[in-house]
Design a protein around this ligand. Structure first.
Ligand SMILES: NC(=O)c1ccc[n+]([C@@H]2O[C@H](COP(=O)([O-])OP(=O)(O)OC[C@H]3O[C@@H](n4cnc5c(N)ncnc54)[C@H](O)[C@@H]3O)[C@@H](O)[C@H]2O)c1
Length: 431
């Protein structure tokens, strides 16, 4: 199949590469010229485990191409996938300007039947808007399909290659056949491709992300209660997680959720609900709790230093919003760092993949070094992202490098009893 992917970010590049890997010919399009130049030169633009190898192989085989020209990119494609940004607008609603602009341009470009498939996360009714924007300029036959993407950054290739399910919103038999063929290689083990109406497909993605954000937030509130009651959130997690109805996943407390999806999707769903006169109270509460949770360690660190963080040397391990990605959008680490800087602290940070992105945002407001260099002579180490290399570090080396042996762990990476044994002052979340 000949495929065009419009938008070559986290979702677009993974989608394009994985579809190329099953033998399709894919052209990825982006307005960002420097990104396309890099990709054309064989340089990958995001960190995503397993992606680079597939990207290089499919590029070498001529199945994966990149361009900034929409018309050139979609010319021979029978399927056009939209993987465009839908950031929160001023009122929290998803900003559809990129999607509608591309839809408008597509109407002027396409000349024969195409399936336009929306992989971006979009509010209910967006497929209709895309259809109208195209139909303004193109009077021939085409279909718009809602096909929200569920991949997780850090596991994106795995998720894309073996999806738990594929959601497809369409009433068109013709589009249904094409999409079924497209996904057939990815669901050979029997995972479902669930067809439904487009409005349900659009809402399903928001429902999934919002549910997960609520689940994390619920656990964060239980952790906050544990601290007050003298209970251990790890025990609660194991106790409730072994109930099949609850499940073991997404029960790990910490310093809040971040990333490019949960915060904006919860906000957008709450906003969409308002538009149909419904107050989605759980989501409103989730957003409030999460904002506070992102800064949960700051008052505790302040208290530890008798309310004075001036010139305190704070080392931070982890900047990405979660491990195995270089994505720092809405990362809790950044909110916390900004709050600590306001208090007069000096921050030195390490992240295995995200430091370049943070440098672009924070510049020299903080310093950057390797995992062990940042803790040299520090007054406290703060853990903000649970990268696996933080789990069993060289504690002896840490002991000898840190001026003051205090660790504030926002991701519950260590066992409190072990840290005590090793001679560290240790605080974590809900234990
Ligand atoms: N990142 C994730 O984990 C994830 C997972 C599932 C769904 N989604 C959804 O997928 C969509 C894309 O997310 P992302 O993380 O890939 O975003 P991103 O910001 O990484 O990528 C978007 C790309 O689109 C490009 N772009 C913007 N306007 C354009 C235009 N007019 N023409 C061509 N290219 C244009 C940008 O330059 C950028 O490279 C969002 O709706 C998001 O909610 C994201």
């Amino acid at each position: 199949m000949k495929i065009a992917v419009v938008g070559t970010g986290y979702v677009g590049l993974v989608t394009g590469t994985c579809f190329a890997d099953t033998g399709n010919t894919v052209t990825c399009i982006d307005i960002d010229e420097s990104k396309i130049n890099k990709l054309n030169a064989g340089e990958i633009t995001i960190y995503e485990p397993g992606l680079e190898k597939l990207f290089l192989r499919n590029q070498r085989e001529g199945r994966l191409k990149f361009t900034t020209h929409l018309a050139e990119g979609v010319e021979n494609a029978s399927l056009i996938l939209l993987a465009l940004p839908t950031p929160p607008g001023g009122d929290g609603a998803a900003d559809l300007s990129a999607i509608l602009k591309v839809a408008d341009e597509l109407g002027k470009i396409i000349k024969d039947y195409k399936v336009i498939t929306d992989k971006s996360t979009v509010p209910v009714g967006t497929s209709e808007k895309v259809r109208s924007a195209i139909a303004k300029n193109y009077k021939g036959e085409f279909d718009v399909v809602a096909n929200p993407e569920f991949l997780r950054e850090g596991l994106a290739v795995e998720d894309f290659m073996k999806p738990d399910r594929v959601i497809v919103g369409t009433n068109s038999e013709k589009a249904r056949k094409i999409i079924s063929e497209l996904y057939a290689p990815f669901v050979r083990q029997g995972n479902p491709v669930i067809f439904m109406d487009e409005r349900s497909a659009e809402l399903a993605k928001y429902a999934a992300n919002s549910f997960l954000a609520v689940k994390i937030t619920f656990m964060n509130e239980i952790a906050n209660l544990c601290e007050r009651f003298g209970a251990d959130v790890d025990m609660i997690r194991r106790a409730i997680g072994s109930d099949d109805r609850i499940g073991k996943r997404f029960l790990f407390p910490g310093i809040g959720y971040g990333g490019s999806c949960f915060p904006k999707d919860v906000k957008a769903l709450a906003r969409s609900a308002k538009e149909v006169d419904y107050e989605f109270k759980i989501l409103e509460a989730t957003m409030q709790v999460n904002e506070k949770q992102k800064l949960a360690l700051v008052p505790r660190i302040k208290k530890y230093f008798n309310d004075n963080l001036k010139e305190k040397k704070i080392a931070v391990w982890g900047l990405a919003f979660k491990p195995n990605t270089d994505d720092i959008r809405e990362a809790s680490a950044l909110d916390m760092i900004n709050a600590l800087l306001i208090e007069g602290a000096e921050i030195s940070a390490f992240d295995p993949e995200a430091m370049n992105n943070v440098k672009k945002q924070l510049g020299d407001k903080i310093s950057y070094a390797s995992q062990y260099e940042v803790i040299k002579d520090c007054d406290v180490l703060v853990i903000a992202t649970e990268w696996s290399e933080f789990r069993t570090p060289d504690f002896e080396k840490m002991n000898s490098l840190m001026k003051n042996k205090a660790i504030f762990d926002g991701r519950n990476v260590y066992e409190p009893s072990k840290m005590k044994e090793l001679g560290f002052y240790y605080e974590s979340i809900g234990r």
